[in-house]
Design a protein around this ligand. Structure first.
Ligand SMILES: Cc1ncc(COP(=O)(O)O)c(C=O)c1O
Length: 424
């Protein structure tokens, strides 16, 4: 395997189909699929159209081979791994396999992902169980996070703890190993929502020790959309049921979870090409690039929100790839009605014809993207709609990999043009 071929970032942009006019930074929501991976997926589809019977006959073996490859990449026991369409499906499979009953509860933190919370709520409505949420302060350190979550467990009643490995609204790295160990002592099973982990972090799923772990490969691991891995600890495997039953129902786990009749399995079969792409670029190199970009974005958004560097949450580690900013709590300011610097910015934004949207979260997560940005703007949730600070208001320092261009195309005062130099 070639690890980290030194290709300049500008050349890497050519490996994607993205419109060159946009700086795509939102791999956290939808990862961009490299052209090589798109082609690999198309070749699989072509096979299915050329000889559908042979294609479907060979599929179970090919899926099993792909599952083993992906599980090994993530450090998960291949016998406990199942390919699923996405993290939400994986969580739904786990929740409905638990056999929840009235009086049971599912515990989550307030950093949880919305669709996962809805999934837990639906299962609890169906079974008479309840969902409880524990608040975890944004700036708590790992020990505080572990203690807060552990104290909220009610052994004998909490039938599942769902904890994010990397949270979506707050871009926080959770100490999942410590949380899982503490929950295990109290005999509370844990589902780790690792939607953002594959490709983003070097991970060994088995060493986390969770009962259930599920992560997407279509965000940061260059897989086609619709590819996630669910890993299940041995005692649970035979209890895991698919959401919809198909012909492999009596083949045991994982085949009965994976096989969904005539669905399109081409995203899974093309995923090894995505992992090859990541390894060829050099996973650590990509991660270092993204860490710089996220730290830079945090400073830019912080400045747009009128925050001082001291008010920016510590992402936890200089090599951490995401960052967040606490958004102003006062909706009046965000709507431009108050008298704060945020209100001034919101009014300026209106004058330029942009809306300011308010989200219920007090933190804006920043997701970096491998794509070298052509023009870095404030990014994130609420902040995405705030105006770019002009040179007069002062730009935060850019990371060494960025070039600065003080004037935006068209002669308007603009922000920095974040264009990482090639060959890092
Ligand atoms: C923490 C977290 N969990 C779950 C999901 C859901 O992922 P999917 O839509 O692929 O199921 C996301 C999506 O961004 C997420 O950020």
């Amino acid at each position: 395997m070639v690890e980290g071929v030194q290709v300049g970032w500008d050349r890497i942009r050519e490996s994607f189909s993205l419109d060159p006019a946009i700086a795509y930074l939102n791999h956290g929501a939808r990862g961009a699929v490299p052209i090589a991976v798109q082609r690999a997926q198309q070749r699989v589809r072509d096979e299915g159209e050329t000889n559908p019977i042979r294609y479907f006959r060979d599929l179970p073996d090919r899926i099993a081979h792909t599952r083993r490859y992906i599980a090994t990449f993530l450090g998960a026991d291949p016998a406990g791994a199942a390919l699923v369409g996405n993290t939400t499906i994986g969580a739904a499979i786990v929740l409905q396999s638990l056999g929840l009953r009235s009086g049971d509860e599912v515990l989550m933190t307030d950093h949880r992902y919305g669709a996962i919370a809805f999934t837990a709520e639906r299962e609890c409505r169906r079974t008479g169980a309840t969902v409880r949420t524990v608040g975890v302060p944004l700036d708590a350190d790992d020990d505080e996070v572990t203690a807060t979550v552990t104290q909220a467990l009610r052994p004998g009643r909490t039938r599942l703890l769902i904890v994010d490995q990397i949270s979506s609204p707050t871009a926080r790295l959770f100490p999942v190993e410590k949380i899982v160990a503490a929950a295990r002592e109290r005999e509370v099973p844990v589902l780790v929502d690792a939607a953002h982990v594959p490709g983003m972090l070097p991970v060994s799923v088995d060493s986390i020790g969770a009962d259930f772990w599920v992560g997407n490969l279509h965000k940061w691991a260059y897989a086609p959309r619709g590819t996630a891995l669910l890993s299940v600890a041995p005692p649970w495997r035979e209890r895991i049921d698919p959401l919809a039953i198909s012909w492999q129902q009596h083949s045991g786990y994982p085949a009965r979870v994976e096989w969904q009749g005539t669905l399109d399995y081409s995203p899974w079969l093309a995923t090894p090409t995505g992992l090859f792409f990541l390894r060829t670029l050099g996973a650590e190199r990509v991660r270092a690039h993204n860490a710089d970009l996220a730290a830079y974005g945090q400073r830019v958004v912080g400045a747009a929100l009128g925050l001082t560097p001291e008010e920016l949450p510590d992402p936890g580690s200089p090599r951490w790839r995401c960052a967040s900013c606490r958004c102003p709590r006062h909706s009046d300011d965000l709507r431009g009605g108050g008298g704060s610097p945020q209100a001034d910015r919101a009014r300026a934004c209106r004058r330029r014809g942009s809306d300011v949207v308010e989200r219920p979260w007090v933190a804006a997560a920043l997701w970096p993207g491998l794509q070298p940005p052509r023009r870095v703007r404030p990014a994130g949730r609420t902040a995405a709609r705030l105006p770019a600070p002009t040179p007069l208001s002062g730009w935060p320092a850019q990371p060494a990999v960025m070039e600065s261009r003080p004037t935006a195309p068209g002669g308007r005062p603009g922000g920095p043009v974040g264009r990482p130099r090639g060959g890092r």
